[in-house]
Write a protein that binds this ligand. Structure first.
Ligand SMILES: [Cu+2]
Length: 149
């Protein structure tokens, strides 16, 4: 995940926050998100939650984690398959989760096609390291199954 992509994710996040800010004066309700839970795997001690927000022709995935190493970076993907069966191939690359000094991390990614979970299932996987440069980076630290629909 490049810094350019992270910057884009940040800009989208700012834009989303701007939209929510106008909610108080706008009677149109915002699109409700579908929550999902991120559970610790491989005894990572890292867990959290996330939200899928479906929009016309696109969707966003927001990931929130706590228990990360301070200032650490974690590549994240939607993989085929469920957390229980073990992740399969990468379906979608998500923005990396970047931890703050307290070990809390958040990342939002916008995917430019409609939300459609295949029959094999989708799971969000957050990995131990920032990239694929070392074998130990690939291990998952948190996983969350995504609901169809
Ligand atoms: Cu992955």
């Amino acid at each position: 995940m490049s810094w350019r992509a992270l910057g884009l994710a940040f800009m989208l996040l700012v834009a989303a926050c701007g939209g929510q800010g106008s909610e108080a004066t706008n009677p149109t309700p915002s699109v409700p998100g579908m929550p999902f839970t991120l559970k610790a795997v491989n005894n990572s001690g890292v867990s959290g939650d996330g939200t899928i927000t479906k929009m016309s022709g696109k969707f966003t995935v927001t990931v929130r984690l706590r228990g990360l190493a301070a200032k650490s970076s974690h590549m994240s993907h939607i993989h085929l398959g469920s957390c229980a069966t073990g992740p399969g191939d990468v379906a979608i690359t998500l923005a990396s989760v970047i931890a703050d000094s307290k070990g809390d991390g958040k990342a939002t990614t916008t995917i430019s096609h409609p939300y459609s979970v295949p029959s094999t299932g989708w799971s969000v996987n957050v990995h131990a390291g920032p990239d694929l440069s070392k074998p130990e980076y690939v291990e998952a630290i948190a996983c969350g199954d995504l609901m169809a629909g």
